[in-house]
Write a protein that binds this ligand. Structure first.
Ligand code: 8YV
Length: 337
């Protein structure tokens, strides 16, 4: 009998997902959820044909060179900046991600973070818990309105569109966006969204939500010069990736009130945070949980597992990022002797 393909699951996941994978694959799980350095991951990947990764597990040229048996990397994330996709394609390694299943949950969270930030929810709760609330005042934690305001969206993919829909249809917001490419007129009409230049977006938005993918091109897309263009009353929400915002420049802008407030779910160098962000009150900080509803995280894990199972049972993976490597997939999926 042919040996089952060996697959490493780099981080702890739902036990039922490990059980599903184990029906067809020899699974090396990390259910104690140790966070491995790249060297440790590389060591554990030796002899593995597949890997189940999360957004923090980097698969680059070095890892690929050290793990020639590797045939597929299935990311439990829609973002895949942890993959060197060109190097994977060159090495004939299939990459898959986990799109769609998290869109609505992430868009919900974008709104939650926007509302918490604009209406100063966490700041006021900290004040109350600290026993500082002694009287009602006309301007106590008075913030910005959401209904009727101008919602700016930078990056108009699936999640951006989910946020636009909520803003336009749920809160009567005027939606403006900037993206690499303009949406089709019928999509713009449905979303009631208007395409503008990046500079106009920065100048006009009352609330600016970042939902663009991270790449060398989007590194520090929001830094001191961009923040300076924004309204002093504006809020900035980063749901996308750390590194898109220059966190040091943002902390400074929040301190001197270049903008009013920010809500951040992702950080440069996370889980570490720029220390200045922890010192200022007008920022809502959450630990990369935008997709973290239980059904959605389960759906993301199952989609990554489905990709692995499809690949190793000779079926078409559901969400390939470099489908060109599937030419000759029959031999790619073969288990070792
Ligand atoms: C994940 C995310 O929670 O899907 C993404 O790109 O950022 C999050 O939904 C995280 O990357 C874990 O894999």
């Amino acid at each position: 009998m042919q040996a089952k393909p060996r697959v490493l699951v780099a981080r702890a996941v739902f036990p039922e997902v490990i059980a599903r994978l184990s029906q067809h694959l020899e699974v090396y799980a990390n259910q104690t959820d140790e966070v491995w350095s790249k060297a440790m991951l590389t060591q554990r990947l030796a002899g593995m044909q597949g890997v189940f990764t999360t957004g923090g597990d980097s698969i680059d040229q070095q890892v690929l060179a050290a793990c020639p048996a590797l045939k597929i990397c299935a990311n439990m994330a829609v973002g895949y900046n942890n993959f060197d996709l060109a190097a994977m394609t060159a090495a004939g390694v299939l990459a898959t991600n986990a799109p769609d299943v998290l869109t609505e949950t992430t868009a919900d969270f974008g709104f939650a973070l926007l509302m918490a930030t604009a209406r100063r929810i966490t700041e006021s709760e900290h004040y109350l818990r600290a026993g500082l609330w002694t009287k009602w005042s006309y301007d106590l934690f008075a913030g910005a309105d959401i209904h009727g305001a101008t919602l700016g969206i930078l990056g108009m993919g699936r999640i951006g569109q989910g946020i636009a829909r909520r803003g336009a249809h749920g809160f009567g917001m005027q939606v403006i966006y900037h993206n690499r490419s303009q949406l089709a007129p019928e999509v713009e009409a449905e979303l009631r969204a208007c395409y503008v230049s990046k500079a106009e977006l920065l100048k006009r938005a009352d609330h600016l939500v970042l939902v663009l993918p991270y790449s060398a091109a989007s590194h520090h897309a929001i830094g001191a010069p961009e923040l300076a263009l924004m309204k002093p009353s504006a809020t900035l929400i980063n749901l996308a990736r750390g590194g898109i915002v220059d966190d040091a420049a943002l902390a400074q802008a929040l301190q001197i009130k270049t903008i009013a407030a920010a809500g951040l779910d992702v950080f440069e160098g996370e889980p570490a945070l720029h220390p200045n962000l922890l010192k200022i009150p007008n920022v809502v900080l959450t630990p990369h949980i935008a997709s973290a509803s239980i059904p959605t995280r389960l759906a993301m894990a199952n989609l990554a597992a489905d990709n692995l199972l499809a690949f190793f049972t000779g079926k078409a993976p559901l969400t390939p990022l470099n489908p060109e490597v599937l030419q000759g997939a029959g031999q790619s999926a073969a288990a070792p002797d």
